[in-house]
Design a binder for this molecule. Sequence first.
Ligand code: ZN
Length: 234
Amino acid sequence: MTTTKALVLFSGGQDSTVCLGWALDRFDRVETIGFDYGQRHRVELEARAEVLKRISGLKAVWRGRLADDHTVELPELGRISETSLTRDAEIIMTASGLPSTFVPGRNLIFLTYAAAVAYRRGITSLIGGMCETDYSGYPDCRNVALDSMEQALGLGMERVFKIETPMMFLSKAGTWKLAHQLGSHALVELIIEHTHTCYMGDRSKRFSWGYGCGDCPACDLRAKGYEEWRADAN
Ligand code: ZN
């Protein structure tokens, strides 16, 4: 029997943690990849390590499936982001709800690196938490952009890749619901306690939905989604 394999783009945030659970349900062997581009908030990378340490113990079928973790250092990406910070604009939240330090096309860069790693490791399924429902401001999260990327990677590397995005059309409440379906209360608790989403890197305040500043667009989405899911579940 062939071993099915996947590579999950895993940042340590809520969406990519749900993706990881989704992949652990479906693939015999699941590897992860993360990008270190000098994030101002090292908490993201710490959250990654904590989730990786705990997730496979949450469900019997997940045990033994989680395999190698890859980290790719992309300091240039951080520099591009810093440039936008110091040159033209101060850090502001733009009308689309993105911080002005956001690097355009970031997911396309991540997917190219992920495909290069996957190619070498005989993996054709790339799994990511991109979602076009709540993040309309990120054009590289849209399904049409990722379909084109899948095609470009396939042509450029002469290998058929499949980019799977289980969260693409879910609302934030839907993401909490999926987490509960996949890993029950244990996965929801892991997300609350150990994942990180806040743009400010703030983990000093604990809310019902997890840690964060409570004010930035990322915290706002996470909180609203959680409350909506709780209201629906009751
Ligand atoms: Zn926040």
